[in-house]
Design a binder for this molecule. Structure first.
Ligand code: ADP
Ligand code: ZN
Length: 601
């Protein structure tokens, strides 16, 4: 039997286990069950792939998405692992062939969708063969609270009854405790060892900016920082997805729309291009996500406010799986607050449910408005403490300026009161700024005492004041009354002059924060550019010839190490992280031929 360490080195080309991988693997090797919570990019796959290879028999991986299975199997085959998947996309002869290999003991890993696994004939077939383990990927799909609930997952507890001797491992990147408890209970994993990693994603730079001119802000960001990179732009509505994608195409980007209203074939095609081609931007609703196992997504940009911190963290988490620097950019404005507040107010469900949605939205807004480290706040939300400010978020890199907003706040609150708490922000601001709009005159608001007392601030500045007062609980946006601003109990001390408020000054432009040393995106030294291009071309040609995404050949980090060390022999190439025996044999000559033209200086 080959040891886990030897498989790590020879098959996967890595030298050391990461985080809890070693312990998880030991648990399964000893026949125990495990529940693994690790953030995206943490290295969950090796936790079951290695013991599946090291133990006798075939490992069965249950995964909810067909597209994802195919990618994982391709990557494993490139590393020389005998892996296959069975799903409805396969022609019958090929499925037959795979079953024959399974029965003959010629497979190390078999990927199945849950509905396939649960078919009586599949279970019967599995009972006839030797199995090393069951891995239940995306285990949070058992949770009825989440977005990804799959009824089939609930029946996976039958594995415990039918295969009591086969160890099971459940894996997820979903952080919250309730989900974890649900997974353990529903999958019958009472005796499993729990491995809970830190949920921090240190390579992701969090940036949140006030919406000013969102298209221009996005364009600045893409042009000045993300040229040629793959990324995801999230919007709330289908129509905005379409219009944003069209507009990006006009600006010269390769941008593809993705939402649940598009025909399935087109969605699949866009997803495929995103995975296979370099530098594709997908503009999507939240329907795009779980199937995305692409390691080199360099940015995730939100043009609308996510509904909760959980959603924000999950969506931004799709950036930088490969551990290389990545950016999460969120643009938000008062209109998002109003819109989401209305959606929450009109949503189905009990009053309690709506109250929870409002709380989640408020927590999200709080994250947008804080003046301290975003990462500390994010992790605290998931009950994790980060000792020091992170140094890799916008508030750490460029501490926001604050100003004494007491007088402005008092003016605004009075004006809301004087106009009867029946109007939205735009109208209240018009009154403050002394507008002579038809609506102001019609309601006689040019006669109230607060008319025209706010000409010292621009409309944009006033919107910033409104938003911050909403976030801090002085004002409420009434979703049932067309976004009317209303006072809360909390504003009494402020109106009586017993309390002061410091407000945040927000720079309107999305500027790249000045970083000291840490890069938001890895840049290649201009002198290295020719070799970098040559390595990428070599990778692209191999990938195209084999019909796989470029990262299945080698990840960016592996190419970067080649760039830095310029290996000239097979032994030197093998020493690079990500180069194992099989990849050396398959791709080694091609890369060495490129490197030979660029000897070490
Ligand atoms: P997850 O499924 O948790 O999102 P993956 O299993 O896809 O993460 O791993 C993320 C990346 O980290 C992959 O590129 C993988 O090859 C790499 N990786 C995993 N374990 C190690 C390790 N021990 N050493 C080096 N790289 C690793
Ligand atoms: Zn920080």
């Amino acid at each position: 039997m080959t040891s886990p360490q030897s498989i790590l080195e020879h098959t996967f080309g890595y030298t050391r286990f990461r985080g809890p991988q070693r312990e998880v693997i030991d648990t399964l090797m000893a026949g125990g069950d495990a529940l693994v919570l690790m953030p995206t990019g943490g290295g969950k796959s090796l936790c079951y792939q290695i013991p599946a290879l090291a133990r006798e028999g075939c490992g069965v991986v249950i995964s909810p998405l067909i597209a994802l299975m195919q990618d994982q199997v391709e990557a494993l085959c490139a590393a020389g692992v005998r892996a296959a998947f069975l799903n409805s996309s396969l022609p019958p002869e090929q499925a037959q062939q795979i079953k024959a290999e399974l029965v003959a003991g010629e497979l190390d890993l078999l990927y199945l969708a849950p509905e396939r696994l649960l078919q009586p004939r599949t279970l019967a077939m599995l009972r006839r063969v030797s199995l090393s383990l069951f891995a239940i990927d995306e285990a949070h799909c058992v949770s009825q609270w989440g977005h990804d609930f799959r009824a089939d997952y609930l029946q996976l507890n039958c594995l415990h009854e039918q295969f009591p001797a086969v160890p099971r491992i459940a894996l997820t990147a979903t952080a919250d405790r309730r989900t974890r408890a649900e997974i353990a209970e529903r999958l019958d994993l009472a005796d499993a060892r729990h491995f809970v990693s830190s949920f921090d994603r240190p390579n992701i730079r969090y940036r949140i900016a006030q919406k000013d001119n969102p298209r221009r802000q996005l364009l600045d960001f893409l042009r000045s920082e993300q040229a040629g990179h793959s990324g995801i732009v999230y919007c709330l509505s289908r129509s905005k997805v379409e219009s944003t994608a069209d507009w990006l195409v006009q600006q010269g980007f390769t941008a593809l729309p993705y939402h649940a209203g598009l025909p399935a074939a087109l969605r699949a095609e866009h997803q495929r291009r995103f995975l296979r081609e370099d530098g594709v931007i997908v503009v999507a609703t939240i329907a795009f996500g779980m199937g995305i196992d692409k390691p080199d997504v360099r940015f995730v940009a939100h043009l609308d406010l996510p509904k909760s911190i959980e959603a924000y963290y999950q969506e931004t988490g799709r950036a930088g799986r490969d551990g290389e620097p990545a950016t999460a950019l969120l643009l938000y404005g008062l209109e998002d607050v109003v819109k989401l507040g209305q959606m929450a107010a009109n949503s189905e469900g009990s009053e309690e449910h709506r109250r929870q949605e409002r709380n989640r939205l408020n927590a999200m807004l709080g994250l947008c408005e804080i003046t301290s480290c975003r990462r500390q706040a994010l992790l605290r939300y998931f009950a994790e403490e980060l000792e020091q400010p992170c140094g890799n978020c916008d508030t750490c890199l460029e501490p926001p300026q604050t100003w004494d907003g007491t007088e402005a706040a008092t003016k605004l609150l009075s004006c809301v009161y004087r106009t009867g708490q029946r109007f939205g922000a735009a109208h209240v601001i018009d009154v403050l700024r002394g507008s002579t709009s038809e609506k102001v005159l019609k309601f006689g608001h040019d006669q109230v005492s607060t008319y025209g007392i706010g000409t010292d601030l621009s409309s944009t500045e006033w919107r910033g004041v409104v938003r911050q007062l909403v976030v801090r609980g002085y004002l409420e946006v009434n979703g049932e009354a067309f976004g009317a601003l209303q006072l809360t109990e909390a504003c009494r001390p402020l109106l009586r002059g017993e309390e002061k408020v410091q407000l945040r000054k927000l720079p309107a432009r999305v500027r790249r924060p000045e970083s000291s040393g840490r890069r938001s995106v890895e840049e290649v030294d201009p002198a290295d550019q020719p070799l970098w291009e040559a390595l990428r071309n070599c990778r692209r040609e191999i990938a195209e010839a084999r019909g796989v995404p470029p990262y299945v050949v080698f990840h960016d980090a592996t190419l970067r190490e080649m760039l830095a060390t310029r290996p000239q022999t097979p032994e030197a190439l093998l020493a690079i992280s990500g180069v194992g025996d099989s990849k050396l044999q398959r791709f080694g000559d091609a890369f060495l031929a490129v490197l030979r033209d660029f000897p070490p200086q």
